[in-house]
Structures are given as structure tokens and as C-alpha cells.
Write a protein that binds this ligand. Structure first.
Ligand code: SF4
Length: 242
């Protein structure tokens, strides 16, 4: 059976629209995208993948959090391979603590930086129990205060587990934002803030997934697949192939 995707709990408040950053001062470079072009790009992304999904496997918000922590500098496929056994043995912070750090370390040893990650998984599980009643907190501040959790991880959890309108900028989004000219920025945070400013609210729920999948499978780092790209005519990259 396929694993269930966690959804916001019924009866919980609807997703909050994050405050939109102010427009950036104009810089030299390619013409910025017009609102109509951005709308059209996301209309096409939606037409290709109406319900985009991430590729990390998880069974609840806690296992999603652990999976994202483990995914730093690792592939989703590699993480999934290790977490299938791990989550079958421990899908709550209490069970993870009972498993203990040496066992966790052993179960994730195929993932890069596994020693440090095992430490963080145990430490964050302890903090969830002592400070959050064993639940994954729903605010950025509380998430970022957990061991091994940074802004990107918090954004992924807020978006996927709780339906918040956040965008986690990883290597794929950073490349796509800059290469296309949709959301240029020198740092992941600059790209994130620019995406939050330009992406229409009605596309924000899935914007992160559409862009990550576009970067992973079409607008690839080495040889982007420009001839099949659905936003080829909108893309500002001077080296794109028509
Ligand atoms: S046209 Fe090429 S460079 Fe531009 S978004 Fe598409 S794949 Fe990426």
C-alpha cells in the first residue's frame, strides 16, 4: 500500500497567507516577468501537474520533519530507502527515543552525514516531547528552534504538513529562480522572498512543488531540457535553446 500524505487536520484554521515582501529596487539585467507572465507560467505548471507531490516518503508530520532533516545534502530516493525501515520501527518521537541513537544511526548509515543527523533526530524528538507535547509545532519560530532544522526545513514542513503558503528554496529552486529571471537573488532567502512577492496567491499552495519538479526534471543544472519546457517562451535565460 502507498504511504498516506499528511494533510492539515480537519477543523483547523485555513492556511495563512504570508505577508508579501515589498518590491525590490530595479536592477540591471533581463526584463522582470510581468504579473500576466507569472500567472501564465503557473497556469501551465498546473496543467501539467494538477496535484504535484514531493518525493520524500512519510506517514505523518513527525516523519515528514525527520525525512526533511535527513534529506540535507542527500537525494530523496536515498533518504526513502533508509526511512522505510526507520519509520516502520518509529513513527513518533516517543518510539524514536525508545529506538535510541545507536540504532537510528545504524538504520540511516547509507545517508550522508548520518552520525550528526542521528544525533539531531534524537535531540529534536526529545524537544518535541518536552516542549510540544510530542507534536510538530506549526510556527516557523518553534520549528527553527529544533536541532537540525533551518529555514528551508521549516518551510517544507509548514507547506506540506500544514498547508501554509511557504516556499522552500533548495538548489533546484535557486537555479530556476535565477536562470529564468522569475525570482533572481544572490541567496536562497532573496529568491524565496522574491517568489513570495511574485507568485499569485492562488498558486502558492503548490508553487514549491511545481518549481522543484521543474528544476529536477526539466530545467536541470547541466543540460536543461529547453525544447520540451512549458515556459520556454517566458524564460529569460540568454542561453536557453528554443
Ligand atoms: S527554457 Fe530552458 S532554461 Fe528556461 S526554464 Fe525552460 S528548461 Fe530552464
Amino acid at each position: 500500500m502507498g504511504r498516506k500524505q499528511a494533510r492539515p487536520a480537519p477543523g483547523k484554521s485555513p492556511p495563512r497567507q504570508m505577508a508579501r515582501p515589498a518590491a525590490r529596487p530595479k536592477a540591471k539585467g533581463p526584463q522582470p516577468w510581468s504579473p500576466a507572465e507569472v500567472e501564465e507560467a503557473f497556469r501551465r505548471f498546473k496543467a501539467v501537474r494538477p496535484e504535484p507531490k514531493g518525493e520524500l516518503e512519510y506517514v505523518n508530520p513527525y516523519t515528514l520533519l525527520v525525512a526533511v532533516v535527513l534529506s540535507a545534502q542527500a537525494t530523496d530516493a536515498g533518504v526513502n530507502k533508509a526511512t522505510r525501515g526507520l519509520f516502520a520501527a518509529a513513527d513518533t518521537p516517543e518510539k524514536m527515543l525508545a529506538l535510541g541513537e545507536p540504532r537510528v544511526r545504524d538504520m540511516i548509515k547509507t545517508i550522508g552525514l548520518y552520525r550528526n543527523k542521528a544525533k539531531n533526530v534524537i535531540a529534536l524528538s526529545e524537544r518535541l516531547i518536552t516542549e510540544h507535547g510530542g507534536e510538530v509545532p506549526r510556527t516557523r519560530e518553534a520549528l527553527e528552534a529544533l536541532p537540525g532544522v533551518g529555514r528551508k526545513t521549516a518551510n517544507v514542513v509548514l507547506n506540506i504538513a500544514f498547508g501554509e503558503h511557504t516556499i522552500a528554496v533548495d538548489t533546484h529552486l535557486f537555479r530556476v529562480g535565477n536562470r529564468t529571471g522569475l525570482a533572481p537573488g544572490k541567496t536562497p532567502l532573496e529568491v524565496e522572498l522574491e517568489l513570495l512577492r511574485v507568485v499569485p496567491g492562488h498558486y502558492m499552495r503548490h508553487a514549491h512543488h511545481w518549481l522543484i519538479l521543474h528544476g529536477r526534471y526539466v530545467c536541470k543544472a547541466r543540460l536543461p531540457d529547453c525544447p520540451t519546457c512549458v515556459i520556454n517562451d517566458l524564460c529569460r535565460w540568454p542561453e536557453k535553446r528554443i
